[in-house]
Design a protein around this ligand. Sequence first.
Ligand SMILES: Nc1ncnc2c1ncn2[C@@H]1O[C@H](COP(=O)(O)OP(=O)(O)OP(=O)(O)O)[C@@H](O)[C@H]1O
Length: 301
Amino acid sequence: MTAIELDSLRKQFDDIVALRDVDLTVQSGEVFGLLGPNGAGKSTMIDVVLDYVRPTAGTATVFGLDAQQQTKAVHRRVGVLPDAYHLDGHLSARTHVEFAIESMDADDDSDALLDRVGLGSVTDRLVRGFSKGMEQRLALALALVGEPELLILDEPSTGLDPNGARRMRTIIHEECDRGATVFFSSHILGQVQAVCDRVGILVDGTVVAVDSIGGLQETVGTAETLRITLDSQPGETIESVRQLPDVRNVSVSDGVVSVSCPARQKVAVIDTLRQNATVLDIETREVSLDELFATYTGADG
Ligand SMILES: Nc1ncnc2c1ncn2[C@@H]1O[C@H](COP(=O)(O)OP(=O)(O)OP(=O)(O)O)[C@@H](O)[C@H]1O
């Protein structure tokens, strides 16, 4: 089943095109991360799915329901951590969650939910004294009310400390395990890498790539950087390495050869170098999502 389907979705604010004819499918049960630089259109995409803004053209559906025509039915199935949310400073964390439970006719335990997001010791405190990270945790608790089939989280790690970010990852895994679909936007590439089944990269309103992390690495063709230490200079074998398919960024410094290549080419690279020298050490490093992101967005890194 499809959780979210965007079909030729376009959103224009006067002369700014925030989304350019986007096609995207998120399958039910997957954790999908939407990555993109500032202003790429991530929040606009989420806002259209939730009918907070109307698309200029195209359609968005959630579990087959039209986001613009069947908005209430969509909202009943979705838990949202929005980009901007309003909390009432005069109310406690528990009261916020209790209101949400009541308004959704859900049967969650407010204290258990607050405990889950790490606010178990401040349930009775008024929200006006909360830090940004505490507000974010409360907003996440509100999104979890009613065990939604789809969680939409816009930059969920904003303001969270490392413990909070880890807790967020655990919650995303738990939600996925109980069968929910999770769709979230992020700049924090490590977070996406840790939890996502698939990643979409949005640049200037266009989805430039959708794949698993491994698939993206294969596409870029530099899945790993190899550093091979030799007992002597490689001589002409270095040219042979440069000729190997999908091998890039070949350099030599002090008997250490650096090469970027897909995992399947590692053995060929090492075998070639061994024709002229003895291999003393091999280090490999996976290309991080930061590097992938830079490749797709044309940034320097
Ligand atoms: N209400 C609006 N009126 C005019 N322009 C808007 C409006 N909302 C968004 N935009 C523009 O649309 C583009 C996409 O913005 P959007 O907020 O969706 O990006 P984003 O990827 O979520 O960025 P960020 O990571 O900075 O939150 C930007 O150029 C932004 O200025």
